[in-house]
Design a protein around this ligand. Structure first.
Ligand SMILES: NC(=O)c1ccc[n+]([C@@H]2O[C@H](COP(=O)([O-])OP(=O)(O)OC[C@H]3O[C@@H](n4cnc5c(N)ncnc54)[C@H](OP(=O)(O)O)[C@@H]3O)[C@@H](O)[C@H]2O)c1
Length: 338
């Protein structure tokens, strides 16, 4: 990494160039920045989450619900950090905090928006995934937006990834028939190992045929995360009166603009399929309900989850994000920084 502004301060990641097409290492650089003197809180980051939406923040059109990154913007992400010094009542050295944090090797913070997590002697890793933003997204999208019933046939794409794996388990818990997909054999083996029987390869040429044989009666609820060709194939399989939970379109995030929309959207209208988009940050008020809902299946080990940990600290974040956007993660991808 280059572009060191000064020899003092801490290392911070920032957007050096806006990618046009696939993200490359050179698009993200590091620089040194000075921390505030004696801030309310000093944090030592232990893990940063890397997530597909980060690539979307680099697009010229961006997402409207989250601020776009421009050339020179510092990068930030969901992170787990430990308090090293505090002037804030209620926070003390050794406490664990989750929050949207600047990607730096040490952080000055005013405490706003931080969530306390308990860890005792262990690092509270569940906050990075099942108890954190990806867990919230899966629960919200499946249980509050999709609302699967026992009569549903539910399709969950990228189901060996963070959101998909938990969304699929919520649908199974509701008694629905669940079809899951993943683009690599070790991912599909994991899905079978955690009890899914109908496990398809969405990257295979014959994916449409696989889906047709797995759901001859059609799909009634599609939890859509992939977009592009995969979304089109799912649309073809929808039952009359079905619903699509529009969670994401990850296959399109690296495409040059304009991205490809499914060409067969008209078939959804013909089949009276409801398309239900959502963005998790707009549902903050439901965070407490989520925390109460997720505890029983997590604590009884009914739900399985895994982290995909990349070592190497801040320097490893660009490569970890590039890999995520081509599918090399199994489980929730995080970067260890300590
Ligand atoms: N609506 C919301 O508020 C919200 C919040 C969080 C996440 N999301 C969305 O949820 C989806 C999953 O996010 P996540 O954090 O859980 O990531 P993830 O599923 O852990 O990782 C992304 C997965 O997507 C698949 N993928 C990546 N690039 C692809 C490509 N070019 N073509 C086809 N498949 C590709 C890969 O799975 P395979 O190897 O199996 O293909 C990869 O493992 C994304 O669409 C994301 O934008 C939405």
């Amino acid at each position: 990494m280059s572009n060191v502004f000064s020899e003092s301060g801490v290392e911070q990641l920032y957007l050096y160039r806006v990618p046009e097409g696939p993200l490359q290492r050179q698009h993200i650089q590091s620089r040194r920045v000075n921390l505030e003197d004696s801030p309310p809180l000093c944090l030592q980051p232990y893990y940063f989450s890397v997530d597909p939406y980060m690539r979307t923040r680099m697009q010229p059109d961006g997402y409207s619900y989250i601020e776009r990154w421009h050339v020179g913007s510092s990068l930030s992400g969901w992170g787990l950090a430990r308090v090293t010094a505090s002037r804030l009542p209620g926070w003390g050295p050794g406490d664990w905090a989750l929050g949207h944090l600047p990607m730096q090797d040490a952080i000055d913070h005013d405490g706003a928006g931080l969530i306390r997590v308990s860890g005792e002697s262990d690092i509270p890793l569940a906050g990075l995934h099942p108890l954190g933003m990806t867990g919230f997204t899966a629960w919200l999208g499946m249980c509050r937006i999709g609302c699967p019933q026992m009569t549903d046939t539910v399709l969950v794409g990228a189901a060996a990834g963070a959101v998909g794996s938990l969304a699929a388990q919520w649908a199974r818990r509701a008694g629905a028939r669940v079809i899951v997909t993943a683009g690599r054999e070790d991912k599909r083996a994991w899905l079978r190992a955690i009890g899914f029987e109908s496990v398809l390869d969405h990257r295979a040429e014959d994916y449409a045929k696989q889906l047709q044989s797995a759901a001859p009666e059609g799909v009634s609820l599609n939890f859509e995360s992939l977009g592009g060709r995969f979304f089109e194939i799912a649309n073809t399989a929808m039952r009359v009166g079905g619903r699509v939970v529009l969670c994401g379109l990850v296959s399109q995030y690296q495409e040059a603009l304009p991205r490809r929309a499914p060409r067969n959207m008209a078939s959804l209208a013909a089949k009276r399929v409801s398309v239900l988009p959502f963005v998790a940050p707009e549902h903050d008020a439901e965070w407490g309900d989520f925390q109460r809902a997720i505890r029983p299946p997590l604590e009884s080990n009914e739900f399985s989850w895994r982290l995909d940990v990349v070592d190497g600290g801040l320097d490893a974040i660009p490569g970890a994000l590039m890999g995520l956007l081509s599918g090399d993660n199994l489980g929730k991808r995080v970067v260890r920084c300590h």
